[in-house]
Design a binder for this molecule. Sequence first.
Ligand code: KG4
Ligand code: ZN
Length: 331
Amino acid sequence: MSVKILAIESSCDDTGAAVIVDGKVLSNHIANQKVHEQYGGVVPELASRAHQENIVPVVDIALQTAGVKREELSAIAFTQSPGLIGSLLVGSCFAKSMAMALDIPLIGVHHMQAHVLANFIDDPKPDFPFLCLTVSGGHTQIVLCESPLKMRVIGETLDDAAGEAFDKSAKILGLPYPGGPLIDKYAKTGNPARFKFPEPKIPGLNFSFSGLKTAILYFLQQQDPAFIAENMPDICASIQHRIVSILLNKVMKAAEETGIRDVAIAGGVSANSGLRQALAEYGDRYGWRTFIPKFEYCTDNAGMIAITAYYKYLAGDFVGLDAVPTARAAF
Ligand code: KG4
Ligand code: ZN
């Protein structure tokens, strides 16, 4: 009998639902919340309310698109951690109710583990062991993956996440939230070598972005607004170049130390075109096989929750109806 899982993602400001059948993602639907744009960041209470509004229609569309009826489902999966607690509660309560009504198992998924496993939705897939640079709005990690459910963090940020480095730089430049994609857009026509921003000297495999943020702030304070507006592409390209080199130089160190040659990226920032291009260049230079999920599986989505849930289902890794979502959790 085939394994059919409905997966729900509600860790931050996007409500997602996906259906996976025998390891193949058949639908991946998302409702983005526009309400936060005017506040320059995600407002937790507004996010919880929007999840309440969106979750039923999003789940209906995911089931319809996949051509799967509720009664056929083998299990329900949800993002259990980390994330905004009010947002996580909406998804977990919904998943629990549905699992209870259908009398099927419940699967709790770690959002960061799911970002890594987004690399297993489509072919080609990395071989184990592989390294994954997971870069999102809340996290920056180098993860050593030994099997689908056995992974450990070997490097992480000491302050801001890579996505925050993009978003905060964009904010200083006066660009709207979330600024990461806008920096990417401007950078496409800019010269990355025009302005030099510092690369911090952090020992080991950890990252730091706070010094870069301060350097950008001081640099911009010394320029007049007209200069900034005229040179936006070069400024964005130079900022992006530095964030990307901070990230990939640490991955290079991790690859050297572990001898691992399969390198993947994941998380919202892996949608960045500068990072994608630089990963391919590092791969050519150092002999890595590189992997990047399809765009829709890079930013928050339920497809990645679904693929993780599939591996958990095969391993019999279920949670009880008393499972509690948590804002922070290691994996
Ligand atoms: O993984 P994600 O969708 O949500 C979290 O779990 O945080 O990542 C969101 C982050 C935001 O900081 C956003 O600015 C960044 O990913 N991002 C980008 C790009 N697309 C999304 N940053 C740089 N370039 C992009 N193209
Ligand atoms: Zn995420």
